[in-house]
Design a protein around this ligand. Structure first.
Ligand code: MN
Length: 484
């Protein structure tokens, strides 16, 4: 499948800033809690008071190692912190501590799914650790600005991809997959609303085979949808300019989601402009094999492997497996539910997957709830499926039972008993009803026997109605067929 747009190739590379899930900041004991009163999570170090010194948060290092292992990266046993100098009102030190020369992770790969069902591997260049800045607020009063330093010094991982993406779609798939991995390894909650994941996108265009064009960086995109829109817009803008004989200037742009367009922010600085140099207050980070191996031993099964295993072990379809593994909690719930069914794994799994994906998800979406707040045990899905498989209830009655579970929180078995929903499987009872239906609908019987076979459904419906929906559907079909 060609991704060319009117003969132009689009080259995209992404830098994702992901907040490392730690309780305290990268170099101080201040809390990283979201939503605190402005400037309440700021100590002397965060405000860059003279005489204060950084103390490295080991947890932030461990979580970055987890991330590196999660993307098949190389964990560097030697890494180092550098100062990146620039002035910004919400950066009180006048520099950001980052890792330019010796990042903690080098290389890595993220596999993405494409529309045609194939996969593509996107290279990761590096992951480095750095501090977040504070926040300037300009819209409270017209004549002054405010500063909130709560975020100043919050630990970030900057995950830098190779320029391997060739369309907005691929870029969106990359971020989705990256987010999945970060959540699996629990190094970032990836809440884009809370700003714990932000995307900078680099994009340029060229004719295939020609050298790269000047790239434009779109900064601080805070949703995957906006990423797609920003790249679409920027593609058109660049093609339009170049085809009109103009050149693309290397610059930083902002995406305005209201207008769905990018706007120039500043011309792009080069690394040399920042006067990077080693931070004299911090020792290099030296990692031992033991520490890396200890972390490797606590790594969860990653989404790609889990998806393949769900297909082979449970006989699920590609599509169902992909949905179930998207969140680790959903995948865990699915597996524990299958384990609690009294039926054989492959037999119960497909039905359980279907019940989770169709009925349970619809309920959660409708009610704005999650697997944690749904109000009943996930094991009830297995109980419900068991009741269908052992023919106590029909699939149709099961939906009624499930609706009752969501309201009362009672177990399916209890509900079936209380409401008297046990399926009628007694051959004599069903036969008697079938006879009644045949005797009372002579016209339809004649038409059916004359070849109007689509009337079969009518007879099934009449029998089911007489049995208050509780008849075993296969038995009804079988007896009707015999008697007609
Ligand atoms: Mn950065």
């Amino acid at each position: 499948m060609s991704n060319l747009v009117r003969g132009w190739e689009i080259i995209v590379g992404l830098e994702v800033h992901a907040q490392i899930s730690t309780r305290s900041k990268l170099f101080s004991r201040s809390s990283t809690e979201f939503g605190a009163e402005p400037n309440t999570n700021v100590n002397f170090y965060d405000a860059s008071m003279p005489g204060t010194l950084p103390v490295l948060n080991k947890g932030a290092i461990d979580k970055t190692i987890r991330t590196g292992l999660g993307i098949d990266g190389t964990i560097n046993k030697f890494s180092r912190f550098d100062r990146k100098n620039y002035f910004y009102p919400d950066l009180p030190a006048g520099y950001q501590i980052s890792q330019l020369f010796f990042p903690i992770v080098s290389g890595g790969a993220i596999r993405i799914d494409l529309q045609d069902g194939s996969t593509k591997t996107i290279g990761v260049e590096r992951i480095h650790i750095e501090q977040d800045a504070g926040k300037s607020i300009h819209d409270i009063t017209p004549d002054c600005s405010y500063i909130d330093l709560n975020r100043a010094g919050v630990p970030l991982m900057e995950i830098v991809s190779k320029p391997d993406m060739r369309s907005p779609y691929e870029a969106m798939q990359y971020v989705k997959k990256l987010r999945m991995i970060l959540r699996y390894v629990e190094s970032c909650d990836c809440s884009m609303e809370k700003g714990s994941m932000r995307i900078d996108a680099n994009i340029s265009i060229r004719k295939p085979g020609e050298p790269l064009g000047n790239r434009v960086e779109i900064k601080n995109i805070n949703s995957i949808k906006f990423l797609g829109q920003a790249l679409e817009y920027e593609t058109e803008r660049q093609i339009h300019l170049v085809e009109g004989g103009e050149t693309i200037i290397q610059e930083t742009r902002l995406f305005d989601s209201g207008r769905c367009e990018t706007r120039s922010m500043r011309t792009k600085e080069n690394a040399a402009d920042y006067r990077y140099h080693q931070d004299p207050d911090l020792k290099p980070v030296i990692l031992t094999d033991e520490r890396i191996e200890a972390i490797r031993n606590t790594m969860p099964e990653l989404p790609d492997n889990r998806r393949l295993r769900f297909i082979s072990e449970y006989g699920l379809s590609e599509a169902d497996a992909a949905i179930l593994i998207e969140e680790r909690l959903t995948a865990d719930c699915f597996e524990s539910t299958v384990a609690s069914s009294k039926f054989e794994k492959q037999k119960a799994a497909k039905m359980i997957a279907n019940w989770i994906i169709v009925e349970l998800f619809a309920f959660l979406n409708r009610e704005g709830r999650t697997l944690e707040t749904m109000g009943f045990s996930i094991k009830y899905i297995a109980e419900l499926v068991d009741l269908i498989l052992d023919k106590t209830i029909s699939g149709k009655i099961a939906k009624t039972v499930f609706a009752e579970v969501t309201v009362s929180g009672k177990s399916p078995a209890t509900i079936v008993e209380e409401l008297g929903l046990v399926q009628i499987q007694d051959e004599g009872t069903i036969e008697a009803v079938v006879d009644d239906v045949i005797n009372n609908n002579e016209t339809q019987v004649e038409q059916y026997r004359a070849g109007k076979v689509q009337l079969f459904g009518f007879f099934v419906g009449q029998v089911m109605k007489a049995l208050h929906g509780k008849g075993n559907p296969e038995m009804i079909n079988e007896i009707l067929r015999r008697k007609l």
